[in-house]
Design a binder for this molecule. Structure first.
Ligand SMILES: [Zn+2]
Length: 208
């Protein structure tokens, strides 16, 4: 089943993860997972820059290795970045040791390419085991989301996605998009209109 809003019961099951920021009156948090990916990440950066907006990019370590200049471009534009593992691992299929080593490998490439480590982490697929969560949360704030755009789902029409996420965008919302190959076609039909909406509503695009 596809749903845009994460049910409250799921959020209560994982109290150590940040799903939204209820105290953030007038602020929303734009997040982009899986990049940097040439052709897609630049588009996102350009749309954000046009409106003076800031976002958080949860990067895959292996993409940072492949596209270091693009990763640095994200940082020099003043955006935040976070760890999304080196190999985009699914926590439930990976043992603790392997999972944590992959998170550290991602930090090593961040340091090498961007000169600094990240303090934020988002598990690929939103899935990680309790032990993985406890281990990673010693060094990182674990950031989930409460508005899932569904931009990666080819069965969803962009106008439908737009309608849904506009409805769900409220103070403190953490909105999840992807800057990856699968979203290359839909983002131009979705992101500019959505960012205009955020601007018209007077939301500040804050960092986590
Ligand atoms: Zn991902």
């Amino acid at each position: 089943m596809f749903f845009h809003r994460i049910p409250a019961i799921v959020q209560r099951l994982y109290p150590n993860r940040t799903w939204n920021n209820k105290d953030a009156e007038g602020k929303v948090y734009l997040t982009f997972d899986d990049g940097p990916v040439p052709g897609v990440t630049e588009f996102v950066l350009d749309q954000l820059a046009k409106r003076g907006m800031k976002a958080t990019f949860f990067m895959v370590g292996d993409n940072v290795r492949k596209y270091p200049a693009l990763a640095r471009e994200v940082i020099s534009a003043g955006h935040q970045f976070g760890n999304h593992t080196y190999h985009h691992l699914k926590g439930w299929d990976t043992n603790l040791e392997h999972y944590f080593a992959d998170v550290q490998k991602c930090e090593a490439i961040f340091e090498q390419v961007m000169g600094k480590k990240s303090t934020l982490f988002r598990p690929p697929y939103g899935l990680m085991t309790g032990p993985q969560m406890r281990k990673v949360s010693q060094s990182h704030k674990i950031i989930m989301w409460n508005v899932l755009s569904g931009d990666y789902d080819p069965t969803l029409k962009s106008d439908k996605i737009l309608e849904n996420i506009k409805k769900l965008t409220d103070s403190g919302a953490i909105i999840l998009f992807h800057d990856q190959k699968k979203t290359a076609e839909v983002l131009p039909k979705l992101l500019p209109q959505y960012l205009d909406f955020v601007q018209q509503k007077g939301f500040e695009t804050a960092q986590l």
